[in-house]
Design a protein around this ligand. Structure first.
Ligand SMILES: NCc1[nH]cc(CCC(=O)O)c1CC(=O)O
Length: 302
């Protein structure tokens, strides 16, 4: 392995913090110092386009495409991602080689004590199809307004009165130092997005030395859980426009997976849970599709 190890990342404040966390983990695992690494920010199309819903524009590829290209071109040795933003189907040349220990998986509500406590017809700022459907399922009266941009931008929009409340992942808020902004929404009220709270590191599949280095920092419980959640998404034919929530938990050798699929407006949903055996993601997907109301099933290619 040649040094420095070039760590590719998006350039947002949260992405840079996550890249620093990966560097710290690699330093500790391999007895390296900071000068053994170079952090390489890569501007992605998703960072440049801020005014339309991500879902309209080609989805998660907006965040990964440029990093994928830099990785395959040998300009970086690994790439750090919020696993929530990584497409289900990855190029064969790229391996998801490690995940850091998962943070708090919950969303936090900022602007009210609970979704129930919001005044009638309050405006909630989000651009997430999952959060939209969940909020409308709980409170059909609430009005959803489009909120995009990084965490700081969304908090500023809320501050400016563009909405009465917003929902953000506890993981991102916490990594940015906003541990006590808003209140955590329990997972039995709002199940999180698949892979929420997990930071993953990819490298070239053929780069055996990098894969070994990354294997040393892999949190196995996180990797297993996120891979099961991603298997569910793949089996559903879901993409970033699909209103789907899922959470897997690892307990020794057992994995328990819960998931809910929604109609776009939250007017219908189907939930399920599987906690035994192999292929829990694929099996729960089949079970949910079989039981889904028509307005939900229509959204999933299966
Ligand atoms: N889609 C944006 C995104 N991707 C990952 C996170 C938070 C960090 C994480 O889930 O690990 C966020 C912000 C948010 O949803 O509030």
């Amino acid at each position: 392995m040649t040094l420095p190890i070039r760590i590719g990342t998006r350039g947002s404040p949260l992405a840079l913090i996550q890249a620093n966390m990966v560097r710290a983990a690699l330093m500790a695992a391999h007895g390296l110092t900071e000068d053994a690494f170079e952090i390489v920010p890569v501007v992605t199309s998703g960072d440049r386009i801020q005014d339309r819903a991500l879902a309209e524009l080609g989805g998660k590829a907006l965040w990964t495409k440029e990093l994928d290209r830099a990785l395959m071109a040998g300009e970086i040795d690994c790439a750090v991602h919020s696993m929530k933003d990584v497409e289900t189907i990855r190029p064969v040349e790229i391996a998801i080689a490690a995940m850091l220990p998962r943070a708090d998986v919950r969303d936090r509500l900022i602007g009210a004590e609970s979704i129930e406590a919001l005044p009638a017809f309050a405006r909630i700022g989000t651009s997430s199809p999952r959060r939209t459907a969940q909020v409308q399922a709980l409170r059909p009266d609430l009005r959803v307004v489009l909120f995009r941009g990084n965490v700081a931008t969304r908090l500023a929009k809320l501050e400016a009165g563009e909405a009465d409340a917003t929902l953000l992942a506890a993981a991102g808020l916490g990594r940015l130092g906003h541990h006590d902004v808003g209140v955590a929404v329990p997972v039995d009220v709002m199940l999180p997005a698949p892979a929420q709270g997990a930071v993953g590191i990819e490298c070239r599949a053929e780069d055996a030395a990098m894969r070994d280095r990354l294997a040393a920092i892999d949190d196995i419980a996180t990797s297993v859980a996120v891979k099961v959640e991603r298997a569910l998404l793949a089996a559903l034919g879901a993409d970033c426009r699909s209103p789907v929530a899922a959470l897997a938990m690892c307990d020794g050798d057992a994995v328990q997976l819960s998931a809910t699929l929604y109609a776009i407006d939250g007017s219908a949903q189907v939930s399920g849970r599987i906690d035994k055996g192999a292929d829990v993601g694929e099996r729960l997907a089949a079970d949910l599709l079989a039981r889904a109301p028509a307005s939900v099933r229509a959204l999933f290619a299966g």
